[in-house]
Write a protein that binds this ligand. Structure first.
Ligand code: BT5
Length: 319
């Protein structure tokens, strides 16, 4: 009933619809309508209530509400179902917990994360209303070994979208960071579950600092936001939709015949590290190398000081 009421408010966006009209159309009591409206307000919808006039839905540019995103997503399969939270521990944790019940292509969004996660148990700072904290639930029919490529597809999609929407020089720091002017603007956390030959689900977690206007002392040196870099506030809904569309396009090409070429063009073109001297950190080991290529599997090819070459499949890279 709540979503039906919301539907009616959207049809009449900018105009009042009376409780009486809603009652007759939807066949529920006015008290029930009043209760649902209050619940919608609590979810974050900006609804004006005036006695004898009724209810009016107002513009909510600063929220990532599902209806607002659905209106822009058209026929993109990823993002047809959106689960939205005002606050949650972590969108990835939620997606993992509920994965079996969630449809392929479901997107989880939250205005804030209280326990946002990075890789290897690290924290991801996710303050309220300033960023995009989202997880994509994917159930492709691919072998589990292919799962790692999702990070490259997500990085390519985010980098392309940021460039398209802001014109900023976003670059990909293999494997899972997007940076601008050497500082991290986005991190990606891909998690999966599967059997020996089959993927049950893949969760692609994407965190982007969008309208953040400052960071803690600890992050100031290494983190930045689109607002800090471009000096303009960005409509987060537009960015979410653009990313989901770019992601789907690259993902579909890949899923068709497990060919990563299209993604690799972006990943290599906008690489922050190719051709550069880098440090690879794997556990307690740190080695210097030159990043020379990203291969068809999305792995990083490096050349050591002694001329030998090595393929890197995970770990930290610093410039
Ligand atoms: C990542 O890990 O970069 C993956 C981040 C994934 C976040 C998304 S948000 C939606 C979804 N739900 C989740 O719970 N997570 C995903 P890693 O490469 O390990 O980088 C983590 C490091 O980045 C931290 O140790 C900090 O140094 C730094 N960091 C933390 N928060 C940051 C932020 N908001 N911006 C830039 N750097 C940050």
């Amino acid at each position: 009933m709540r979503s039906k009421i919301l539907e009616e408010l959207y049809i009449n966006k900018g105009n009042y619809i009376s409780g009486e009209v809603l009652r007759t159309k939807l066949g529920v009591s006015r008290t029930a309508i009043w209760k649902h409206i209050n619940a919608l307000k609590e979810e974050g919808y900006n609804i004006e209530t005036i006695p004898r006039k009724g209810y009016m839905l107002l513009e909510m540019k600063d929220k990532l509400l599902p209806k607002e995103i659905e209106a822009l997503i058209s026929n993109n399969a990823i993002g047809q179902q959106i689960v939205y939270f005002d606050s949650i521990d972590s969108t990835n944790s939620y997606a993992k917990k509920e994965a079996n019940k969630l449809k392929d292509g479901t997107v989880i969004l939250s205005e804030e994360q209280l326990l946002g996660r990075g890789r290897r148990g690290r924290n991801w700072s996710s303050p309220k209303g300033t960023g995009i904290w989202m997880s994509l639930v994917l159930k492709p029919n691919i072998p589990p070994t292919e799962g790692v490529k999702m990070t490259q597809i997500a990085a390519a999609a985010v980098c392309k979208s940021i460039r398209e929407l802001t014109g900023l020089n976003a670059l990909i720091k293999w494997p899972n960071d997007i940076v601008i002017n050497g500082k991290k603007i986005c991190g990606i956390l891909t998690e999966m579950a599967g059997e020996l030959n089959e993927v049950n689900y893949i969760i692609v977690g994407i965190g982007i600092n969008v309208n953040t206007d400052g960071f803690s002392c600890e992050l100031k040196e290494k983190a930045t936001s689109l607002f800090i870099e471009g000096g303009k506030k960005i409509d987060r809904r537009e960015l979410v939709v653009n990313i989901l569309k770019n992601f789907e396009a690259l993902y579909n090409i890949y899923i068709k015949d497990l060919n990563l070429d299209e993604t690799l063009v972006i990943v290599k073109n906008y690489s922050a590290i190719l051709g550069k001297e880098i440090k690879i950190i794997q556990g307690n080991l740190e080695k210097k190398a030159r990043a020379i290529d990203i291969n068809n599997e999305g792995l990083l090819l490096v050349q050591m000081d002694d001329g030998s070459k090595e393929l890197i499949s995970s770990g930290e890279v610093s410039i």
